[in-house]
Design a protein around this ligand. Structure first.
Ligand SMILES: [Zn+2]
Length: 181
């Protein structure tokens, strides 16, 4: 196993530790405080993790964004897994609280069909696409990956997740469909 941690991994640990302990105060931001405008997040998401990536990778960029979201979903999932004690309802409600606290969006389960392994979760007020319109297909691949990662972690199985409604398409929410595979 690789021993050496990259600087990104070191930064990631610091960030996630504070997110998971609920510690939102930030050092070195005496004047500006811990919050940033949602548009800054959207620049990172749609430019850095969007059009720039597309320039380099073409269509593959969406898979990479999905994968990034999935990593976050797995991290959030693992963080609440123990407290949830294998109870899906408790698990989802803990994740809902985390997503709300992080202002990712309001996560609302629409369909939970354990028999067929089909899940649909709404992300209302989605951070990635709020205030964006006129797109030709759903653009919240990060959130699709995140919700997929959340479900994947609970069931410890592979999943396929896709966004079937998107606020930026004129739908009133972003709906993420997840299938266990
Ligand atoms: Zn969306």
């Amino acid at each position: 196993m690789r021993q050496h941690k990259s600087d990104y991994q070191i930064a990631q640990k610091k960030i996630l530790d504070s997110v998971l302990t609920g510690e939102f105060d930030i050092e070195n931001r005496k004047n500006l405080g811990p919050l940033v405008p949602i548009r800054l997040f959207q620049i990172l998401r749609m430019v850095a993790l969007g059009s720039n990536l597309e320039d380099m990778l073409g269509d593959g960029s969406q898979a990479l964004v999905y994968h990034s979201g999935q990593s976050l979903g797995q991290i959030l999932g693992q963080a609440v897994m123990e407290q949830a004690d294998k109870n899906l309802e408790v698990y989802v409600s803990q994740i809902e609280q985390l997503c709300k606290k992080l202002s990712i969006g309001l996560l609302i389960p629409e369909t939970i069909d354990l028999k067929s392994g089909l899940f649909e979760l709404r992300v209302d007020e989605c951070v990635s696409c709020a205030g964006i319109d006129g797109v030709s297909s759903p653009i919240c691949h990060f959130e699709a990956g995140m919700v997929g990662g959340i479900i994947k972690t609970f069931f410890d199985t592979n999943v396929k997740a896709k966004e079937t409604k998107c606020n930026a398409l004129g739908d009133d929410t972003c709906l993420i469909q997840v299938k266990l595979v």
